[in-house]
Design a protein around this ligand. Sequence first.
Ligand code: ATP
Ligand code: MG
Length: 266
Amino acid sequence: MSKNNKNDGTPNIPNDHPRAESLHYRHTLVDRMFEKVVTPSGLCAHGRGEAFDYLLGEQTIPPSEKAMEAAVAYLLLAKHPVFSINGNVAALVPESIVELAEVLEADLEINIFYQAPGRIEAITSILKKAGAKKILGLGDIPPTSLSNISSNRRIVDPRGIFSADVVLVPLEDGDRTEVLIENDKKVIAIDLNPLSRTAQKANITIVDNIIRCIPKMVKIARRMKNLESEKIKVIVNNFNQKKNLDDCLEYIINFLQNLMENPDSK
Ligand code: ATP
Ligand code: MG
């Protein structure tokens, strides 16, 4: 059966298409754009990510598995972990992000830059359908501001990111990552581009596609949840962000080198 079998002119994607999965997610994002969950610039951001995914062979690479473990360890030790949810995250991984928050006892805060009327409601609806019981950032209480930033990226929920010690930002802009760090938050980023400002500035960067990463983090979190806190602290202390980013770049260099030497392995 082919995916996206709609009668709106969108071409069907045959399952044997070499890029079937990627096209499926692309169409999902476009559909969610018409529902106001995703913005046009969210589509561009996804495209930028996809380009970097080619450089990883569209797979989770070993240094990123390590970064995921460290991220889960940080989140398990956090006093108040919060996940910052934007339109692309809600469109691509609604069930697994809700599940991860549940396993790690983290809050979900909808935090979006483009605040078109109806957008927060559309994202809320997706998260609720995915099982979210508590969602912050809905404007039901007056929002508050992070310091050192004037754009509306400063606006946060006082019960959420504002009072969080660890913030998970799957897909974030560099400006905002910098501001979260200046506001004394530990920032865990998921970003396919190891060279983005977000990837470079975060305390932990997982260089992976959120589509693969979040379900993997759920499994890791379930496995690590019952570890003694001393063991979890060792994982945190052994993680070196600079080395991790260097390992990701080295992986990409070796991957490309191998492609040049063995073009048939593509
Ligand atoms: P920065 O502002 O951090 O320098 P940027 O300006 O290059 O980054 P933005 O558009 O601000 O990019 O943010 C989008 C980021 O999200 C990009 O770095 C892109 O690689 C990443 N990205 C997009 N889709 C995915 C995805 N599915 N999984 C992981 N990362 C993704
Ligand atoms: Mg940016």
